[in-house]
Structures are given as C-alpha cells and as structure tokens.
Design a protein around this ligand. Structure first.
Ligand code: FMN
Length: 171
C-alpha cells in the first residue's frame, strides 16, 4: 500500500527512518512529509534515502505543484508519527497552515488515518490534548500509543511514541 508518513516535531522524529524501514520491509511504498519543526529533529536526507523517494516539506513548491493534493490522492493510508500535541490540535480543528496539515484535510476520510502521539507526560495528560484525540477517534482516526517509558525530557511515564515495529504492524 501507499503510506504517507507525516512527521511532526516531537523528539521521537529521530526514530522515523527506522519506521520507514519497517514499513518498507512489510512491502509498503512510503512517502514522507516533514513539518518545519520535525526537520530540526530528523534529517530529510536520511528519510529520502530509506524511503527511496523525495521528502516533501513545502506547501509552495517552486514549480507550482500542488503536493498537498497529489500526495493526499497518492496516500492509501495516512500515518502521522510522531504526532505532537500541536498536530493533534490542528487535526481536531481542521487548521491547515502547512503542507502536512493541509494534505491531512485533503485525504479521503474513508481511508485509514492513524496518529502515533508522543509527548511529555504532563502534556499528554492535559485535558486539551486528551479531548483533541478523543474527537479525532470519534471521527474515525485511530491511535497507536503512546506508551509508558523513559522520556527524552528525563521523566518517566506515558508519552513515548510506540515502537516503530508496533506502529508498522498497526498500519
Ligand atoms: C527538542 C524538542 C523536543 C520536542 N518534543 C516534543 C514532543 O515529543 N511532543 C510534542 O508534542 N511536542 C514536542 N516539542 C514541541 C513541538 O516541537 C512544538 O509544539 C511545535 O510547535 C510542533 O510543531 P509541528 O507539530 O508543526 O511539528 C518539542 C520541542 C523541542 C524543542
């Protein structure tokens, strides 16, 4: 299947090249879309190398392409991993101010859409975050994780992104 992997600016973005490899190992084609913040946490060139495809970041490509529509049509599954608190809020509200959030609105809602939330435990437990995810689940989105573990912020608790193998199996 064609998997559109949206990567947002959570520290777990550094694990996404492995997630791409796990998806490709299962026979899927993968295209990656990076938010600006995610681009600070994982190398675009690494994702291009492991996916074997260009990585899209820009809502306004120089040649006038409409990547937000073309990629949304290409995607048989939309997977956002890691999904930040910010991304969940955008998806819940239908805000579309970058390539990923715009294309998320352009993906046919009949197609599977998954998020793998990942964040600090206090952030995860915020009513706003929980409510945003609950609304997405009501609308047919599915969630994988987060799981309990040692978090990059030094805390222990729920908030770690599910393991790449687990996310790939969920897809
Ligand atoms: C080093 C670093 C790590 C971060 N990790 C997370 C995270 O794991 N989860 C999260 O929700 N936000 C995290 N943030 C905050 C997001 O990057 C920030 O909310 C940003 O606006 C998200 O933008 P995006 O969703 O467009 O990628 C982190 C910020 C920094 C500086």
């Amino acid at each position: 299947m064609n998997i559109l992997l949206g990567i947002t600016g959570g520290i777990a973005a550094y694990k996404t090249p492995e997630l791409v490899r796990q998806l490709r190992k299962r026979g899927h084609a993968v295209r990656c879309v990076l938010t600006d913040n995610a681009g600070r946490l994982v190398a675009r060139d690494a994702l291009a190398a492991v996916s074997g495809a260009p990585v899209a970041t820009d809502l306004w490509p120089e040649d006038g392409r409409m990547d937000h529509i073309d990629l949304a049509r290409w995607a048989e599954v939309l997977l956002i991993a890691p999904a930040t608190a910010n991304a969940l809020a955008h998806l819940r509200l239908g805000l579309a101010d970058d390539l990923l959030t715009t294309l998320a609105l352009a993906v046919d809602p009949a197609r599977p859409r998954l998020v793998a939330p990942a964040m600090n435990t206090v952030m995860w437990n915020q009513p706003a975050v929980q409510e945003n995810l609950a609304v997405l689940l009501q609308r047919g989105w599915r969630a994988v994780g987060p799981v309990a573990g040692d978090l990059a912020c030094g805390e222990q608790g729920v908030g770690a992104m599910a393991a790449p193998e687990v996310i790939a199996d969920a897809v």
